[in-house]
Design a protein around this ligand. Sequence first.
Ligand code: SF4
Ligand code: SF4
Length: 373
Amino acid sequence: MSKKLAFGLMRLPLLDPADTTSIDHETLNGMVDRFLAEGFTYFDTAAPYHRKASEAAFRECVAKRYPRDAYTITSKLSMFSMKEPEEVAPFFDEQMERLGVDCLDYYLLHALDKDECAKAERLGAFDFVLQKKAEGKIRHVGFSFHDTADVLDDILTRHPEMEYVQLQLNYIDWDSDNVQSRKCYETCVKHGKPVLVMEPVKGGRLANVPEEAEALMRQAAPGLSDASWAIRFAASQENVVHVLSGMSTLEQMEDNISYMRDFHPLTEAERDVVRKAAEIIQSKAYISCTGCKYCVDGCPQKIAIPTYFKLVNEYSQYGEPVLGRAKDRYNQLTGKEGMGKASECVKCGQCESHCPQHLPVTRYLEDAARILE
Ligand code: SF4
Ligand code: SF4
């Protein structure tokens, strides 16, 4: 079986924690050496990671230090700030220079959802990557994806030329209504597209699961970390070719290597452990909001109700370690993105009358304000 563990270069070790571009090349060199020595080859980066410094670090720590056939490199066409088709080619050229390679193994249209796909079409991005493939600058084309399975089905139907899909896939989102890992995975299988997995540990949250879930895992396999269950769950899906882990330390890398060096898919008994752990983690969710958004449109205060509930749930499931990140996201939503604050609810009741789960939305918003503001 080919080696499924992939090195995601989005959370690299830093010299100065306050400066995301200050990548610690010496530590990274050590991690790269260990990774390649164990027979793993796949690296994943993108321009926005570490504000372009991730791609540059790849050049210094991998491309300049190893022959081209020793590694596989993936980067992405990030169109977030692009407005005109003319912006695509210079972006790609600069990126190749930053990466220090003549050819990319995989190039993905970055973070497609319904709107971003329409934009990619308008910018001519699908044609552009095919042209670069024909020129020998890209070996395989695909896209990373953040939307529901029906949108994915539509994109793959209209763009059968796309060879790979990068999905958010983890055991907590497997059957969720918003991420829909399982449905998206099955859509890729239906279209015959191999899957690259991102966020197998859900941004680190499944590396530190509640005690009861951890106890189940320890009982089944005393030596294995929480994160190992999440990564092995993703890698166990037959159509998954690589699972990205955004490793920040040599210790994380050694842990990943220890169980991915000689990887075997989860047994039925182990799958059962994961299912039970997922149930325990889900049961810690405080608000049983499904994310359907029926409450959102009529809110006179523009309060992003399900998003705030999701942040509150993450806090109730994973505790203090995720609170800082939840607050940052909340401040971004209520600041730059112009959403109303939870505390600005005027209790008009419109949301509650539309909620199919009959949730006491206004009471939960008071909790959200207390936790997040
Ligand atoms: S009760 Fe609050 S959250 Fe609900 S619609 Fe009215 S203002 Fe918005
Ligand atoms: S309508 Fe209810 S379940 Fe749906 S997103 Fe709003 S609060 Fe959540």
